[in-house]
Ligand binder design. Sequence first.
Ligand SMILES: *Cc1c(COP(=O)(O)O)cnc(C)c1O
Length: 404
Amino acid sequence: MKLPIYMDNHSTTPCDPRVVDAMLPYFTEKFGNSASRNHSFGWEAEEGVDQARKHIANLIHADAKEIVFTSGATESDNLALKGVVEMYKEKGDHIITTSTEHRAVIDAAKSLEKKGVKVTYLPVDKAGRVDPDDVRNAITDKTILISIMLANNEIGTIHPIAEIGRIAKEKGVLFHCDATQGVGKIPVDVQELGVDLMSFTAHKIYGPKGIGALYVRRKAPRVRLAPMIDGGGHERGMRSGTLPVPLVVGFGKAIELCAQEMPEESVRTMALRDRLQDGIMGAMEEVYLNGHPTERLPGNLNISFAYVEGEALLMGVKEIALSSGSACTSATLEPSYVLRALGVGSDLAHSSIRFGIGRFTTPEEVEYTIDRMIKAVNHLREMSPLYEMAKEGVDLKTVQWAVH
Ligand SMILES: *Cc1c(COP(=O)(O)O)cnc(C)c1O
């Protein structure tokens, strides 16, 4: 086993070597512009793009013409929200989303709010799921878009998307789904889910960074989008700009591999995840699972370790790449807004760690991680006066702290 260990596969994944091999010729011999119609260099590049588009469309049960390439899921989310709002502004000015979406959706919605769009942020239950009845009740005659993710990037919880899709269809409201964490890992069928727009990206599924897609339904209903980037009219006018052919080809190869290996891979990653979960949670008291116990991504595990600071814990296991539920981006250490939305107190939110098992995670790495986590948590708790008091039976909520 080699150190460091990578166990942060929700943030990004390594490129599969088979993906790199598929991309390489498109940097050198096959370097043409896929929009060049007059020579073999263009045709060759276009063929690579067409192949990739087919693989991607097949995996999600869409038509190749419904795939719009973007720079990643952040751009896809922005194009979906802003493109729909601009195109359908005569019809209404209200969109519905949830409080636990990825920042790309939340911040796009916030930016639309500044321009007068009304946004409903639906709550989630303590496992992180939205109630389809809440979606139904939030719809008004001004609602033009519902945007709800397939699986959450922090806690892995999978939303009841097909049920929401049926409500959206019944009410005649467009439905966008950020499926970035789900595509390639669990079966995704845009027809079954009743989704009209869907975002995803290559670098979360062993493809290259800088390439993503937006699925845009062409029939029943035909979705129209105002473009955010004007230019040569590429991607059916929705996203102009020369396609990064090597990245597109890599994206297609990554999806093709996911399609082939998903049945076996999801079983393997889930078994490793369950072993990690049992190994850690069975060996310690006051550890709490965040997210849904079963409706959860196969490789996801998010745990709060009471009386331990997540950031301190990460410092204690530096040879393992993990994420904590605190975003230390600003001067104030903000606990995760996703965990807060589940009703997790700020103490436990600060003590959370996200583990992301992936294609290249080995059983040895999982055993090593279990061992290191137990030792690191016990070590930090031994130094914690709060933990000592709690163990002596003091109810910390009743303690009167002296104020100086
Ligand atoms: C990673 C991620 C994104 C952003 O994708 P990029 O391709 O990095 O822009 C959006 N949504 C979710 C749910 C993600 O996990």
